[in-house]
Design a protein around this ligand. Structure first.
Ligand SMILES: [Zn+2]
Length: 233
């Protein structure tokens, strides 16, 4: 069967990176997280990495063209028997249209756009329970019933990052929703969008995602995804 090509579409805090790891155990796929790709390219000082670095150092956002070129370079290197999972891309409707064109050229059709659904309260609850160790930088989760003040691995002091406070998280969620709701509509129109309940243990959520992916896979075999040429927000 053809490899699965997935977009994980969801705000920060819904557990996308955990799900990407779990899906990677079930399917032969490579996770492409634009955040990680950017950091790797900047560290390796590739031509694209140097351009991105210059943009970031001058306080500008890394532009669509550059992000698209980075994703393209990774997709071109992808082994034929592997699929991909995109995390953090596309983020705008322009990026989605560019991705469509790229995937047509590379003959790697999208299988499904999985959208984990979790209400904002729950995202805030999850994110505000994150702590980091001042000594070894390890991330930890604190639970109300099990308060944790010291790092279990090294005994260092745990602290909460400033951007993990409820006010900042809610603001980021609002920005995210505003930016990506046209994207969800775009993939809905292409019959690719699959909302999945994001509650419960990571394994449970992964099981729901796998059922959804398998269902879409069967449908793709009989009826290819519609092509969307225009974007209506
Ligand atoms: Zn520590």
């Amino acid at each position: 069967m053809a490899p699965v090509n997935i977009i994980l579409l969801g705000p920060p805090g819904v557990g996308k990176s955990t799900q990407a790891t779990l899906l990677g155990k079930r399917y032969p796929l490579i996770t492409l997280s634009t955040g990680n790709i950017l950091r790797a390219e900047v560290a390796a000082e590739t031509p694209l990495g140097l351009q991105a670095k210059a943009a970031m150092e001058s306080g500008r956002l890394v532009g669509d063209d550059l992000i698209i070129a980075l994703v393209r370079s990774r997709l071109e290197q992808l082994p034929r028997d592997h699929g991909f999972l995109l995390d953090g891309f596309p983020r705008t409707a322009a990026q989605a249209a560019a991705l469509d064109e790229m995937l047509r050229e590379l003959h790697r059709p999208l299988t499904v756009v999985v959208q984990p659904i979790l209400e904002h309260d729950e995202v805030v609850r999850r994110m505000s329970s994150r702590r980091e160790c001042r000594s070894c930088n390890a991330p930890h989760t604190v639970r109300p019933e099990q308060p944790l003040t010291r790092c279990p691995s090294c005994g260092g002091e745990l602290f909460q990052r400033l951007d993990d406070t409820p006010e900042v998280i809610l603001k980021r969620l609002a920005v995210y929703e505003e930016q990506t709701s046209p994207l969800a509509a775009y993939y809905q129109k292409a019959s690719l969008l699959a909302p999945v309940d994001g509650h419960g243990a990571p394994q449970e959520v992964a099981m729901r995602m796998i059922s959804t992916i398998e269902l879409q896979r069967l449908q793709r075999r009989t009826e290819p995804a519609k092509q969307v040429r225009t974007i209506n927000a």
